[in-house]
Design a protein around this ligand. Structure first.
Ligand code: FAD
Length: 355
């Protein structure tokens, strides 16, 4: 297993629980990349229609997981998916599409909306509510999952950068910065590094990287009682357990992937914060404590990659894209199933790409 982000950890745990001997190779520490620095949103409402069945299952996977992981800062207050007057038509379309697949959301506008969420600003014209939306603390989740992997028998090797791959006696022979390893199957779960790792095996994966910023406010009297997502996709926010507010929405950072230097773009952050304060005006009075950035994987069509890449010995790619914290545990389990020779369920078949 190459990469101890949420996907690699999920896959390693699953295979170990199925009785396989698993070595998890991580160039840094488990959860040290996107999986540990993300916004922690586990939302359903803001997902594209063709992916709803997949994300519904991904949230079920999280529900099962959190019971075994213990305290991971998980909360499920439900979510408000909000729109301004000009975006209202899009919110209506999304809401009708949900109803058509038997997953109605609650439509809120006017007095009903103001009573439900008096902290939303006048910019918000309408919203839909869905009880599935929630969040988790990504760092706690990765640490707990790494501990769970070790309990299940996984050998987690930190500071082991995979830098070469060859075939030896029909097995993968891996050269890493922590020594040599051999395996009858390998899983590439290296996030935005996955294309580079795949090339070590002579394979191509269309994976790039995107740098995005997040920020968190000081703790303040609590008023936001739902996860907020915006129909434009440009805003997520939530109140954390310590009453601070985490603000994101995919606004770009400034930095380089290689060498790895994720940084903040002040102008972009400012746009993100203005956007947030237009939706929740009280945020304008709160001080920002910290802002940071992280790289997530991107593919040309935005879909994750989950595929057995063909040939012997087995090589599997497991690369979530945006919303990969939500998708990671399920994708990891399904990657494990591919290693065990099982087929992908219908809802994940569009993710089978790569060569
Ligand atoms: C700022 C930000 C906010 C986000 N917010 C959310 C959110 O709110 N909700 C959500 O669902 N998703 C969110 N995401 C997306 C989500 O974090 C990622 O999609 C997900 O964490 C990807 O997990 P992963 O395991 O595929 O990759 P990663 O977490 O990137 O892990 C890959 C691991 O592979 C290791 N690795 C790479 N190359 C090698 C090598 N050669 N040898 C050994 N190890 C190697 C890396 O060190 C890394 O630890 C966000 C992402 C970012 C950056």
């Amino acid at each position: 297993m190459i990469g101890a982000g949420i996907a690699g950890l999920g896959c390693a745990r699953h295979l170990a629980q199925k009785g396989k001997r698993v070595v998890l190779l991580e160039q840094n520490e488990p959860g040290s990349a996107a999986s540990g620095v993300n916004a922690g949103t586990l939302a359903y409402q803001n997902k594209r229609e063709p992916l709803l069945a997949f994300y519904r299952e991904a949230l079920e996977e999280w529900a099962r997981l959190r019971h075994t992981l213990g305290e991971i800062g998980h909360g499920q207050p439900g979510g408000l998916h909000v729109a301004s007057a000009t975006e209202r038509a899009e919110l209506e379309r999304v809401s009708l599409a949900r109803a058509a697949i038997g997953e109605p959301v609650e439509w809120l506008e006017g007095r009903k909306l103001r009573t439900r969420a008096p902290w939303l600003g006048p910019e918000v014209d309408a919203a839909t509510y869905c009880g599935r939306d929630g969040y988790a603390n990504p760092q706690l989740a990765c640490l707990a999952l790494a501990a769970e992997c070790r309990r299940a028998g996984v050998t987690v090797v930190s500071r082991a950068r995979v830098r070469g791959a060859a075939l030896r006696n029909r097995r993968h022979a891996l050269d890493t910065s922590a020594g040599d390893f051999e395996a009858e199957a390998a899983v590439i779960a290296a996030g935005p590094w996955s294309a580079g790792v795949a090339s070590l095996f002579g394979r191509e994966l269309g994976v790039g990287s995107s740098l995005i910023v997040l920020s968190v406010t000081e703790p303040a009297p609590s008023f936001i009682d739902a996860v907020v997502t915006h129909v434009s996709g440009r805003l997520t926010l939530k109140r954390l357990a310590n009453d601070s507010v985490l603000i994101g929405g995919g606004w770009p950072g400034k930095g380089r992937f290689e060498p790895y230097e994720p940084g903040i773009d002040a102008a972009s952050l400012q746009h993100n914060l203005r956007y947030a304060a237009a939706i929740v005006p009280a945020l304008a009075e709160m001080r920002l404590v910290r802002a940071w950035a992280g790289f997530e994987s991107v593919t040309r069509d935005g879909l994750p990659i989950l595929a057995a890449l063909g040939g012997e010995p087995m090589l599997v790619a497991c690369v979530p894209t945006a919303a990969g914290l939500t998708a990671g545990p399920l994708m990891g389990r399904l990657a494990g199933e591919l290693v065990l020779g099982k087929a992908l369920p219908e809802y994940a078949r569009p993710f089978a790409r790569g060569s």
